[in-house]
Design a protein around this ligand. Structure first.
Ligand code: ATP
Ligand code: MG
Length: 383
């Protein structure tokens, strides 16, 4: 096996320790998967996965504190310097009958078949602390050229596990990589197998995709969305551009799904927080004052609102208001809800009053100081 040395990867000590224990006991140990990809990309990995020739029982006996929840698939959690590290025995997946999970896994002594079962070339590299990078599928070149490509024949790999189709787009969106032609074609032609993927998993993948996706990639996902997010069809160019531009996650979903936002997100079992925020976006009808509209959608930003409304001038209006020393939301008024409460106002009155004062201030009919605002309240109450 040819290995590239001198990559000078910054591997944290607690990971080195785990590899050293395994190696000293005579079992080869590699850092694998997403962590190697991230190190080569120069981004700090969220976590490190270690693959080893040691079988689960051996891993358990080599470390003081271990967790065995993933043991069936060969994964043992190992406590190292206070951090849990996942150590997985080299394995090959058995046959797939449900397009999702291998029916069996086989443990192996050698890492190459373990790398062969992995989804994309950029996720199929291994790093050995002494021997360096093991890159059997050209992952390093694909990282350099910013390309996502399956390990092996795309159609076969997506047929084995349909979730990989969504992972393909998620990584393309997150990393802003291109998708190699054959992999893209296979993913699209097998999109109907996404029916076999649990909605929670669909949502997790889609969420990160929607969060990062650029218009061109989003547009290409139309045949995929037909099976996982039909509420977003048709994916017009405008919709793709707006969804990508909107900075608020909730706004992106609302732009994509419009009045079907709520049903789409509950069908996908999205968290309540996101569902409510997206519904608020989708239901919102802009009123008489743009700044108030932005403030009302509390998950919003001027940019997001501009994208949602298709109005380029909103951020400028927002900035000019700020520069003029005017409040950009009712919360920036010289009178707060607390003070209104002290004045005897209760519940919905308070919000409504603040909105009204805010309109007066932005329309320059009242100055934003306590005295003038109190005076304005008196007039409003008389009416
Ligand atoms: P992230 O940074 O999002 O966690 P990751 O690459 O670490 O990305 P994981 O889902 O944590 O992704 O999986 C770890 C590794 O396991 C992947 O890098 C890949 O090698 C392999 N893998 C995960 N899911 C699959 C799958 N469905 N099919 C094939 N290989 C997979
Ligand atoms: Mg990971």
């Amino acid at each position: 096996m040819s290995m590239k040395k001198n990559l000078n990867m910054q591997v944290p000590q607690h990971i080195r320790n785990v590899c050293d224990v395994l190696e000293n006991a005579g079992y080869s140990a590699y850092i694998v998967g997403g962590s190697v990809r991230d190190m080569l990309l120069g981004v700090p990995p969220a976590d490190y996965d270690i693959a080893t020739a040691a079988k689960p029982d051996m891993i358990k006996s080599l470390f003081c504190e271990t967790v065995s929840t993933g043991e069936k698939h060969g994964t043992i959690g190992v406590l190292s310097c206070g951090t849990m590290v996942e150590v997985t025995t080299f394995r090959a997946d058995g046959t797939y009958t449900d397009h999702r999970r291998p029916d069996t896994v086989h443990f192996l002594d050698d890492i190459s078949a373990d790398l062969a079962r992995r989804d994309f070339t950029i996720n199929a590299m291994a790093y050995h602390l002494q021997h360096g990078l093991l890159d059997l599928y050209g992952g390093r070149d694909d990282i350099k050229n910013r390309i996502l490509r399956t390990v092996g024949v795309p159609k076969e790999r997506f047929t084995e596990d349909a979730l990989r189709i969504l992972r393909l787009f998620r990584f393309a969106a997150r990393l802003n990589f291109d998708i190699e032609a054959e992999s893209l074609q296979a993913a699209i032609s097998l999109a109907d197998s996404l029916r076999n993927v649990a909605k929670e998993r669909v949502f997790t993948e889609l969420r990160e995709t929607v969060l990062h996706v650029l218009p061109s990639l989003l547009k290409r996902m139309e045949p995929i969305f037909a099976f996982v997010l039909p509420e977003a069809l048709p994916l017009t160019d405008t919709k793709c551009a707006l969804a990508a531009k909107c900075q608020a996650e909730a706004g992106k979903w609302a732009i994509l799904c419009g009045d079907k936002t709520e049903s789409a997100l509950s069908r996908l079992s999205a968290p309540k927080r996101l569902r409510l925020a997206a519904k608020e976006f989708a239901d919102y009808t802009p009123g008489r004052n743009l700044l108030l509209d932005i403030a009302k959608l509390k998950y919003n930003t001027p940019d997001a609102f501009a994208a949602f409304q298709g109005r380029e001038d909103i951020p400028r209006i927002y900035e000019e208001t700020r520069k003029a020393g005017l409040p950009v939301s009712p919360s920036e008024l010289a009178l707060s809800g607390k003070e209104l409460y002290a004045m005897g106002f209760r519940g919905e009155q308070i919000g409504a009053l603040l909105d009204k004062l805010f309109l007066y201030v932005t329309e320059n009919s009242v100055n934003n100081n306590e005295e003038d605002l109190k005076e304005a309240i008196k007039k409003i109450c008389k009416k």
